[in-house]
Design a protein around this ligand. Structure first.
Ligand SMILES: C[S@@+](CC[C@H](N)C(=O)[O-])C[C@H]1O[C@@H](n2cnc3c(N)ncnc32)[C@H](O)[C@@H]1O
Length: 330
């Protein structure tokens, strides 16, 4: 069983209630961030055609700066789900993109593409942003001051961070989940269930006596486990020549939980095409935008010809950190 557009199982309703009641105040509050003093990007205004296009389901990939493509998108106000994994301004050598802006310019860039995505979203739409520690706060504040409501602040935890001695090793990125209307959003918890610790560690009979979803639960908001590591080495999903490819299971969880078959999913920073690949495998329509022609070409090959490697890998697993106890006692 899957779909609903209600908030009946919408998670921590107390927290969401607080966000809901404060959204108007925040939208009107005089919040000043560094990027606010920089002039917004002026979109070129040209209507764009996708570079590549497939039917059944409708799948498109545009080449260009997402701020320009979003401004001229024919689907404004119709996108059901946005997933955005922007450049982090960490001086990564992306083809054709300077990932080394001043802090103020990077913040302005961030607000501009976020605004473009918000405009693209339908009134029941949701947005997920994959963002590290140093920019998460600004993204959260900007989405709040635009009146969106936070549903979850998830963490993608990986165990293969870059080794260093100067501080604790970074082993996470934030996965921020906001929506336009918490009472009218797509939320499919049954599509993404994982084994509960009660079932996989403690052998607790009560979970097997439930009337439905025996031994299963909605995943927690820290995500890790099999297939959840960073994509590197000889990982079967790996697309060579791409920077910061995200695991398919991450996109699968987001897409299954927050969209329905036939819905429209948008990724303004397509990279290796993970979002388009997973969306197509699960019968969602999708729009990808990528500024690099070389990167986009490779992404399209993946979306159109290679497809998903680990379909179904995000659901049904256990994320337990202890092995099963023999007696079931504590
Ligand atoms: C972090 S990567 C995305 C990785 C992607 N999630 C994946 O799984 O492969 C960011 C991508 O955004 C692209 N990019 C950077 N600035 C852009 C812009 N203004 N518009 C569109 N794409 C941009 C980069 O070329 C890069 O491919």
């Amino acid at each position: 069983m899957a779909t609903n557009r209600s908030a009946t199982q919408a998670g921590p309703s107390g927290a969401i209630g607080v966000h809901r009641s404060s959204r108007k105040d925040l939208a009107e509050a005089d919040i000043r961030l560094m990027g606010d003093v920089v002039q917004p990007h002026q979109p070129s205004g040209d209507a764009r055609e996708p570079e590549w296009h497939l039917q059944d389901p409708d799948t498109r990939l545009y080449i260009g700066d997402c701020r320009d493509v979003l401004a001229a998108l024919p689907d404004k106000g119709e996108v059901d789900l946005v997933f955005a994994d922007p450049p982090f301004n960490w001086d990564v050598p992306y083809d054709g993109w300077s990932d080394d802006m001043t802090r103020a310019a990077y913040e302005r860039f961030t607000y501009d593409w976020l605004d473009g995505c918000i405009e693209a979203l339908s009134p029941s739409g949701s947005i997920w942003v994959n963002i590290p520690d140093d920019s998460a706060a600004e993204v959260v504040l900007h989405l709040k001051r635009r009146g969106l409501v936070m549903i979850n602040w998830c963490v993608w935890h990986f165990r293969f961070g870059q080794c260093r001695n100067s501080s604790f090793i970074m082993s996470k990125v934030h996965a921020l989940y906001f929506c336009k209307d918490p009472d009218n959003r797509t939320w499919n918890p049954d599509a993404v269930l994982e084994q509960s610790d009660r079932a996989s560690i403690y052998g607790d009979k009560r979970t097997m006596e439930k009337s439905s979803n025996k031994g299963m639960r909605v995943p927690m908001d820290v995500w890790y486990g099999k297939y959840w590591g960073r994509i590197q080495g000889n990982n079967a999903e790996r697309r060579h020549g791409h920077q910061n490819q995200i695991p398919e299971v991450y996109l699968e969880r987001v897409i299954l939980a927050c969209s329905n078959e036939g819905d429209l999913v948008l990724d303004p920073f397509a990279g290796s095409g993970t979002t388009g690949t997973v969306a197509r495998a699960h019968q969602r329509r999708s729009i990808g935008i990528e500024q690099s022609e070389v990167t986009a070409k490779s992404a399209w090959e993946r979306i159109a010809e290679i497809g998903m490697k680990r379909k179904g890998g995000s659901a049904g697993q256990s994320s337990a950190i202890f092995s099963r106890r023999s007696s079931g006692g504590s």
